[in-house]
Write a protein that binds this ligand. Structure first.
Ligand code: FAD
Length: 396
């Protein structure tokens, strides 16, 4: 930063976004305190897909090799028609893909990825991790900003970054409480031991079975020891929360029109956890003085592009770059960061909404979807994804 005094930043939330931000800001010369509401820093037991753009970010944050070591490198992204059982489209993510985008497409257990970021934070003398601290608000002060916790403690610094997820308290204060947009979709997640996965579906692919008003996704995890399974469907019941137990019967009742080969997968898990899916409409501003937002707190999205966490990691790169070049002017750095991120991240949010409709299509819409995707060559898919996968978080 080029200043005598080391600037300090308080981060609310120690998820993938918060820890990425901590690493990036430490790299930019800041002292960082991460406040996490949970008993321990950790992640839920489920998988995550990460595109080449996430690896660009992980490299910048200094943990690329560690992240690569816990990832599974799939060969293809496959879309199956759940009604007919036919393959609609397959995108190879092979050497040609890797060469084009400069990094692989991979799948990883969330706890493993979070663990890589956590280890790096623990090893950094500039990062302090504080658990059991639920942030309830912030204040801009004459010479900095501070976060207030439920227990009444104040954590002061030069700036505050809200990485506190889709129900962010920091965002609530910045925006005055813009509404959460419930999608009417619910996702059920399970992780299967590899031996429980039917042999004929043990594909080295991120596979999506698209059905009427429902879809399911599976891919291998943890060095092929487990398989991740996510079943998503449209529901009128909108009052479910996050990470709640769900039942096999609930899932099966929504996948009655799916071919038995795929449906039988849903009978296997002994434990399901369910999430109500929500995002928010784009806003023009997510910064207030020396306080800004990052990751789901700034631009929560549906998972249909598999990019929410990737965007959070990219945000961290951009934030660190802008802060590092700001000479200590956090307000200007945050405005520049926000300006740089707003179009790209909200493009993901709005595109994900459209993809949800595509995945759940029925009738003529399903036929249109199949005909559009089925006609595309790998090269055409790559061209369409260029804007996304070549991003680093640094360019506008
Ligand atoms: C079913 C599903 C599948 C997904 N698949 C993918 C995928 O394949 N690829 C991908 O890139 N993304 C995926 N996502 C999106 C991804 O999970 C999120 O975008 C990502 O976790 C956002 O990270 P974050 O750190 O911003 O927020 P979060 O992960 O929500 O982390 C927020 C952290 O802040 C803490 N916190 C919350 N409130 C407070 C508070 N007031 N004070 C202190 N701490 C607080 C929380 O405990 C948590 O640790 C998926 C999401 C879902 C629901």
């Amino acid at each position: 930063m080029g200043k005598d005094r080391q600037p300090s930043v308080v981060i609310a939330g120690g998820g993938i976004g918060g820890l990425s931000a901590a690493l990036g800001l430490a790299r930019a010369g800041c002292r960082v305190t991460v406040l996490e509401q949970a008993e321990q820093f950790g992640e839920i037991g489920a998988g995550i897909q990460i595109g080449p753009n996430a690896f660009h970010a992980l490299d910048y944050l200094g943990v690329g090799p560690e992240a690569r070591a816990v990832a599974v490198y799939i060969d293809r992204l496959v879309m199956m028609d759940g009604r007919s059982g036919d393959e609609i489209a397959g995108i190879p993510v092979d050497d040609v893909f890797r060469t084009r985008f400069g990094n692989p497409y991979a799948v990883v257990h969330r706890a493993d990825l979070h663990g890589v970021l956590l280890n790096a934070c623990r090893a950094s003398p500039s990062v302090m991790l504080v658990n059991r601290q639920r942030v309830v608000g912030y204040e801009n002060t004459p010479d900095g900003a501070q976060a207030r916790t439920q227990g009444g403690e104040i954590f002061a610094g030069d700036a505050v970054v809200g990485c506190d997820g889709v129900r962010s308290k920091i965002r609530e204060q910045i925006t005055g409480g813009d509404p959460l947009r419930l999608s009417g979709h619910v996702a059920y997640r399970a992780v299967l031991p590899i031996e429980d996965m039917p042999r004929d579906l043990r594909w080295n692919a991120a596979t999506l079975w698209a059905g009427p008003k429902c879809h399911m996704v599976h891919y291998p995890l943890q060095g092929w020891k487990t398989f991740n399974l996510v079943a998503t469907f449209v529901t009128s019941v909108e009052n479910v929360g996050s990470n709640e137990p769900g039942t096999r019967e609930e899932v099966l009742s929504r996948f009655g029109d799916i071919v038995p080969r795929a449906r039988k997968l849903l009978e296997i898990p002994t434990e399901w956890r369910r999430w109500v899916l929500a995002d928010r409409d784009p806003i023009e501003n997510w910064t207030d003085g020396r306080v800004t937002l990052l990751g789901d707190a700034a631009h929560p999205t549906h998972q249909y592009f598999a990019q929410g966490a990737c965007m959070a990691m990219e945000d961290a790169v951009c934030l660190a770059d802008r802060v590092g070049n700001s000479g200590g002017d956090f307000h200007s750095a945050f405005l520049s960061y926000q300006e740089n991120r707003i179009v790209r991240t909200y493009r993901v949010v709005l595109s994900s909404r459209m993809l949800g409709r595509f995945y759940h299509a029925e009738g003529v819409e399903r036929r249109i979807r199949n005909s559009i995707l089925g006609a595309k060559t790998p090269e055409e898919f790559y061209n369409g994804l260029q804007w996304l996968y070549s991003g680093t978080g640094l360019a506008a």
